[in-house]
Design a protein around this ligand. Structure first.
Ligand code: FES
Length: 107
C-alpha cells in the first residue's frame, strides 16, 4: 500500500511552552512536541521505549529529553536513545509556516 503524508496543524509557535514538552494527539498517535531553547521545534513519539514513560513530561536539556520515569536520555532530533541505554522512538518532521506549527505524518 502506498504511504501518504499528512501535514497536521497543531497550533501557533507561541502556544508551545519553551523548554517544556507538550502532548499532541493526532489520530491514534501520541506525540511529544518540544520547543527548544534556540526556538527549534521537534516532535517525537510520546512513549519511552523502556517502560512507556511519557516523554512530554520529561526534562529537556539542549536537544535531549530525560524520561521522567528512569532518566533515559533521548534525542528529540532523531529519537535515538543515548548510551549506555539503547533503542529509539519515532521522530516526526516539523514545519513552521507563518508562525503556525505543522507535523508531517506518514502512514
Ligand atoms: S520508562 Fe523511560 S527510562 Fe524507564
Amino acid at each position: 500500500m502506498e504511504k501518504t503524508t499528512s501535514c497536521v496543524l497543531i497550533g501557533g509557535v507561541d502556544q508551545l511552552p519553551q523548554k517544556l514538552g507538550k502532548t499532541v494527539t493526532i489520530g491514534n498517535k501520541e506525540i511529544a512536541v518540544f520547543k527548544l531553547e534556540n526556538g527549534d521545534i521537534r516532535a517525537i513519539e510520546n512513549r519511552c521505549p523502556h517502560k512507556g514513560g511519557v516523554l512530554a513530561e520529561g526534562i529537556l536539556s539542549g536537544e535531549y529529553v530525560f524520561c521522567p520515569m528512569h532518566d533515559w536520555k533521548i534525542s528529540v532530533k532523531d529519537g535515538k536513545v543515548q548510551a549506555p541505554d539503547i533503542g529509539c522512538v519515532q521522530s516526526y518532521p516539523v514545519e513552521v509556516k507563518d508562525d503556525q506549527v505543522y507535523i508531517l505524518i506518514r502512514e
